[in-house]
Design a protein around this ligand. Structure first.
Ligand code: SGN
Ligand code: CA
Length: 525
């Protein structure tokens, strides 16, 4: 019993596609996220938090297993089915005496394993009156807005839990995933705000072939659809995605539908009265995109506040690790894009905040490079459970125990016996697989160090076998993040970077060997 009380609870909140550029605690954000800011203020904020494969299912599989995609088997959303019979963090937490639960987005096709309780969205899930799949095999359409419902379910489960045991609860939101449908109470928010264009919004992707070939551009009518994505729709309109758009909105009750269309019809009429073209149209789409995303984020922030309030009111805050992260970052117009997938900064990064339980003294910023394969070993160590040898991530516990004051001490006094991890990683490995697929981002792998990034976009088949009708791409890219943080200048082959390039190739090979990724050998054959 003493053990049960001393071990912390874990509330892991993971959103979908919420990016650091849209969180005020990360600076530069055009919107305020006061509840997330509070988490950052009272806890720690990671400045170098990365995913291993910037896509929903793969990212979730990395988190659940502590292993990279080629080891956990879930490399992409479109052809994968998560093998739930494998070792996972929730199963190991159960063995360690924790109660385990997940509510919200699951997105791994197979049924969750290792959870005492689960209640999940079907596939991507819906914003309005979403359908949930329950543990007893039934499903039901729930009434309300998905971010509120997922929070309600999280609170309900905590209310009914076994209070003799510590718990780990995964709260997986759908927000802020496409197509960014707001809670109706927020439908008029941000309408007077004009969002600044990122400085590389009009990027023409010179020297970057894969970037030229993507289908995630705000400017493209095919990639960002004016009806489906921007909700410029009047009855009688038909477009590629209008039916899908209506399917989602028509989940609202007739009264709510009226509220929704009252607002959107007037927008649509105004747009159609003065049709835009060219850059004006692209900028208009950008503003609509930003406003919708901001509305969805507002409700997310409020619901995080609600969950925190519950923990506080129930005396749980002091002995609970609260994690806030996303399944990946997202482009908010950088390079002219929405979506993710690329190994460029905005989608390789994922926000990470933690409010730490008693006994974990670190506060403020943590600059060490962490990755989503690190959650599993971190939670296991906190639970006092052994970390199996085949887990590829590193426990963040040593980073969380150290206090800022101790760090200062150590700087000035090398002999101090403060526990800063001496061998923390200085580079991360990335591998993205989903091509050919929606948004047409080529397969690639790469390494990111503190200053540089080396990426290899590789053809998924030989040129002769490529059935997509597109040119096969086999291109290396190198970025100097210090002089070119927006990754506009591919330095690969530049004589000024010859030495750096050679070194990065070597370190990349080392990482591939270390993580046992067979891709390089495969490409040679
Ligand atoms: C859906 C979206 C895509 C998105 C993928 C993957 N299209 O297919 O824009 O890239 O999900 O996102 S949508 O029209 O269905 O919204 S992920 O976060 O789940 O990996
Ligand atoms: Ca996602």
């Amino acid at each position: 019993m003493a053990m049960a009380q001393s071990r912390p609870n874990i509330v892991y909140i993971m959103t979908d596609d919420h990016t650091a550029q849209m969180m005020s605690c990360y600076g530069q954000s055009p919107i305020q996220t006061p509840n997330l800011d509070r988490l950052a203020r009272e806890g720690v904020r990671f400045t170098n938090s990365f995913v291993a494969n910037s896509l929903s299912g793969p990212s979730r599989a990395c988190m659940l297993t502590g292993k990279l995609s080629h080891k956990n088997g879930f490399t992409n959303n479109e052809h994968g089915i998560f093998d739930g019979s494998q070792q996972t963090m929730p199963k190991l937490m159960q063995q360690a005496g924790y109660q385990t639960a997940i509510v919200g987005k699951w997105h791994l096709v197979s049924t969750p394993t290792g959870f005492d309780h689960w209640d999940i969205l079907e596939g991507q899930g819906e914003y309005y009156n979403p359908t949930f799949l329950h543990q007893d095999g039934t499903q039901s359409r729930e009434q309300g807005y998905c971010t509120d419902i997922i929070t309600d379910k999280a609170i309900q489960w905590m209310e009914g839990r076994d209070r003799q045991k510590p718990f780990i609860l995964l709260v997986h939101h759908k927000a802020c995933h496409r197509d960014w449908l707001p809670d109706l109470k927020d439908i008029h928010e941000f309408e007077n705000q004009t969002f600044p264009l990122p400085q590389n919004f009009w990027d023409t992707w010179q020297g970057r072939q894969a970037a030229q070939d993507q289908e995630m551009s705000i400017s493209s009518a095919h990639d960002m659809d004016i009806i489906y994505d921007n909700k410029i729709y009047l009855p009688g309109d038909t477009s590629r995605l209008s039916q899908l758009y209506l399917d989602y909105v028509n989940r609202l009750s007739p009264a709510d539908r009226q509220t929704y269309f009252q607002f959107h019809d007037s927008l649509s009429r105004a747009f159609k009265a003065h049709p835009l073209t060219g850059r004006q149209l692209t900028e208009y789409k950008f503003q609509r995109y930003m406003r919708d995303y901001a509305k969805v984020t507002k409700s997310l922030d409020e619901n995080v506040g609600r969950l925190m309030q519950y923990l506080e009111d129930n005396g749980l805050l002091d002995n609970t690790l609260v994690v806030y992260t996303s399944d990946q970052g997202f482009y908010m117009g950088e390079h002219g894009w929405f979506d993710k997938r690329f190994m460029y900064e905005e989608s390789l990064n994922t926000p990470l905040l933690m409010r730490l339980p008693q006994g974990y003294a670190r506060r403020g910023l943590i600059d060490e490079m962490v990755q989503n394969i690190d959650y599993a070993p971190t939670f296991l160590e906190m639970a006092g459970a052994p970390i199996p040898k085949d887990i590829q991530g590193q426990s963040m516990v040593p980073l969380l125990k150290e206090s800022g004051k101790m760090k200062e001490l150590k700087k000035g006094n090398k002999s101090s016996n403060v526990s800063i991890p001496p061998h923390w990683r200085t580079a991360i490995y990335y591998h993205y697989y989903e091509y050919p697929a929606e948004h047409m981002v080529r397969r690639h792998y790469g390494i990111r160090t503190q200053r540089y990034k080396l990426i290899h976009f590789y053809p998924h088949t030989t040129a002769a076998q490529d059935t997509t009708g597109r040119r096969p791409i086999d291109q290396w890219e190198l970025y100097d993040l210090q002089t070119d943080p927006s990754e506009m200048h591919n330095r690969y082959g530049d004589p000024a970077y010859r030495k750096v390039q050679k070194q990065l190739h070597k370190r990349l090979r080392q990482l591939q060997r270390h993580y046992d990724d067979p891709i390089e050998q495969e490409l040679r054959h």
